[in-house]
Design a protein. Structure first.
Length: 550
């Protein structure tokens, strides 16, 4: 295949067939030959070329990085670093779940791998046990970013499912775009499998599994108490409530600095991954099986935590003692070893509040916003309607602008001018968002008006009627047509504010004070109908005469 000599078939999946291959310089690679329905036209090949250009920027010991690719060949392929080890799926089947230090070391290493992918603006989209290989006891993530090739509409209309149901985030199953939080959810499901030996959302028909994922019905029985809160937070059904990868690493790193327990695996024996791929009805993916009786003398693998975290390199993980390498081993290892980065000292950063406190703060912020819109509408209906309309327009413009910026990053990687470019293009996205915002505001106002008119017919007091109308308005703006582009940026703002405990509590208190002041003015001053002379159902208007007649 090109300049590579195929040695053995080691795996097969929906994207293609994976072979162990030998490069002209003698090093071995994992060569994935893509299937015709994945790469069938020039547009798909061009997308593959762009994707490979992004993936080649990822460099980490936790990643099976892309070494070579031929998007325009007669049979396209992608060559990645060859990792001599079993997948997590097969390892758990053969040796049982991970425990103790091994488990925390695995969880932290997998988080570092995902963060390394995110650092260059790439999402993995398909984190699962069959896509995590164990090099000794160190996790190595494979197939990162290649799942994006399956976004071709020609595939989705024929029923192509992007990802494995039990390891997809609920927002993806609802039709939302994947985000870094989606990969965090998949990380949590994969770690849960590593510790329990079973998929956290159970087995069975794909529709049943996806229904459990959407409802957040996971089974974490048997997960140790010291790591269970981390997994629970990662599996939160709300993407905005999930912790970031740096926060996960901050929880896991203190306990995994000493590395895993290596005593139960001899340095003289390690399972070789030469195998034929097998498929079982209850498997969640196609994995690599180890052949019977094959063992070889392999030196222990040095594990390095060189992933960039918040602009600094994380602390190196202590490696197990190794025997001196022979010249042959040094030559074989040289292509894959990355030079260690210089030590950097990072200034102390403000620690985010615990996950529980942050969730309480986000709940108070969203509740405070809902109450403020409700009471504000009762206090000044016309002015509040204009205010929430402008706010919805700003949020929807931000949503369109940030989505376009993420797409540009996906296509050609992060650039220094991404920020200024987003500012320059925001007027265009303001126009794009205007139509949807107008429809959303008119829909919400009409619904609130119909509800208010019905209450007036039953002679409900005016202030109570306006409060109910304000609640209907707030609910419709959140869940109405086009409300997704209001919900997502609002949740992102709340998540950003609650990264610092003092700011989260201060913002919640400010919303509470504003709501209380609005309620006080409503009770003492009454309803302000500016800039109109009165309510739309006042006497002398057609609506007022009709209401009076009814």
């Amino acid at each position: 295949m090109g300049h590579y000599q195929l040695l053995a078939k080691i795996g097969e999946g929906g994207m293609g067939v994976v072979h162990l291959a030998q490069a002209p310089d003698g090093r071995r690679v994992a060569l994935k030959v893509l299937r015709p329905h994945i790469i069938g036209d020039d547009e798909a090949r061009e997308r593959l070329a762009r994707e490979v250009a992004s993936l080649q920027r990822v460099r980490s010991p936790r990643i099976a990085e892309v070494l070579d690719a031929d998007p325009w060949g007669e049979i396209p392929f992608v060559a990645t670093r060859y990792v001599p080890g079993l997948s997590l799926h097969e390892h758990v089947k053969e040796e049982g779940p991970l425990t103790g230090d091994d488990l925390r070391f695995f969880a932290a290493g997998l988080a570092e791998a995902v963060l390394a992918v995110h650092t260059v603006g790439v999402l993995h989209r398909d984190i699962k046990p069959s896509n995590v290989l164990l090099e000794g006891r160190a996790p190595v993530l494979i197939d990162f970013g290649l799942a994006r090739l399956a976004e071709d509409p020609k595939l989705t209309v024929t029923g192509w499912l992007l990802g494995t149901p039990g390891y997809l985030a609920p927002e993806i199953l609802y039709g939302d775009d994947a985000t870094t939080a989606s990969d965090v959810h998949s990380w949590g499901a994969t770690v849960a499998y590593a510790v329990t030996g079973r998929p956290p959302f159970g087995r069975g028909p794909a529709m049943a599994i996806m229904d459990r994922v959407r409802r957040g019905e996971h089974d974490l029985s048997g997960v140790p108490a010291d790591i269970k809160p981390v997994i629970l937070a990662a599996l939160d059904a709300d993407p905005a409530a999930r912790p970031s990868l740096p926060a996960l690493l901050a929880d896991l790193r203190p306990a995994h600095r000493q590395g895993p327990r290596w005593g139960h695996q001899s340095a003289d024996e390690a399972t070789m991954p030469f195998a034929l791929a097998t498929s079982h009805p209850d498997d969640d993916a196609t994995d690599v099986m180890a052949t019977d009786g094959h063992a070889a003398r392999l030196d222990d693998v040095r594990t390095l935590a060189e992933t960039i975290v918040d602009g600094r390199f994380s602390e190196p993980v202590a490696a197990p003692p190794t025997t001196p390498l022979t010249e042959v081993q040094q030559a074989a290892r040289a292509p894959y070893m990355q030079p260690a980065p210089p030590e950097q000292t990072a200034p102390p950063a403000s620690q985010p509040p615990p996950n529980g406190a942050a969730q309480v703060q986000r709940g108070l912020l969203l509740t405070g916003l809902f109450a403020l819109v409700t009471i504000g509408f009762a206090l000044a209906p016309y002015l509040s309607l204009v205010g929430v309309g402008l706010g919805a327009l700003a949020l929807r413009t931000w949503s369109w602008t940030s989505e376009a910026a993420r797409e540009r990053t996906w296509r050609r990687g992060p650039k220094w001018y991404d920020g200024p470019l987003a500012v320059l293009t925001s007027p265009w996205y303001l126009l794009v968002a205007a139509g949807g915002t107008l429809m959303l505001v008119l829909w919400s106002a009409a619904l609130a008006f119909v509800v208010g008119l019905g209450l007036l017919l039953f002679r409900i007091p005016l202030e109570s009627t306006l409060l109910v109308m304000g609640g209907v308005l707030a609910f419709s703006l959140w869940w109405g047509p086009g409300g997704r582009r209001v919900r997502r940026p609002t949740r992102s703002l709340a998540q950003g504010v609650t990264r610092w405990g003092w700011l989260g509590w201060s913002s919640a208190a400010a919303l509470g004070v504003a709501g209380a002041l609005s309620a006080y003015l409503l009770l003492t001053v009454g309803v302000n109908w500016e800039p109109m002379p009165g309510p739309p159902w006042r006497q002398g208007t057609l609506l007022g005469d009709l209401t009076g007649w009814l």
